[in-house]
Write a protein that binds this ligand. Structure first.
Ligand code: HEC
Length: 113
């Protein structure tokens, strides 16, 4: 019982560490394929159907890519691109796009008056 708990805890830590290890530099290298639609820095290419991802939270980007990959979030275009990504690719790409300046803000930065 105790051993199982320690095992689960270790797995959790490994998963957490793997997630925390995204490298923005590596993500930049890997972002070539993303640029046609999301722009070089994630600020889009002026076509509204391609969302701006610059400055988005890294954990949101990671979840979106996982969801496209698993099919939880269904989109034929992104399924193809996300499906080809490894865990490390996802972490690196999320770190890169999250580190870019973009127009996205928190809701509480624009309170409704
Ligand atoms: C051919 C165009 C195209 C390419 C290339 C592309 N995407 Fe996308 N991406 C889209 C479209 C269209 C959507 C919106 C899909 C939807 O409605 O869910 C999207 C959505 C996303 C989202 C979710 C954004 C949000 O606000 O929820 C992320 C994250 C993302 N793409 C990352 C990437 C990454 C990383 C790459 C490169 C590996 C990439 N995309 C390559 C077209 C593209």
């Amino acid at each position: 019982m105790k051993l199982r708990f320690i095992f689960a805890l270790t797995l959790g830590l490994v998963a957490f560490t793997a997630q925390a290890n995204g490298s923005a530099d590596a993500g930049k290298q890997k972002s070539q394929t993303c640029q046609a639609c999301h722009g070089a820095d994630g600020n889009g290419v002026g076509i509204t159907m391609y969302p701006v991802i610059a400055g988005q939270h890294a954990d949101y980007l990671r979840k979106a890519l996982h969801d496209y990959k698993s099919g939880v979030r269904s989109n034929p275009i992104m399924a193809g691109f996300a499906g080809a990504l490894s865990e490390q690719d996802i972490a690196d790409l999320a770190a890169y796009f999250a580190s870019q300046q973009g127009p996205l803000t928190e809701l509480n930065a624009n309170p409704v008056k």
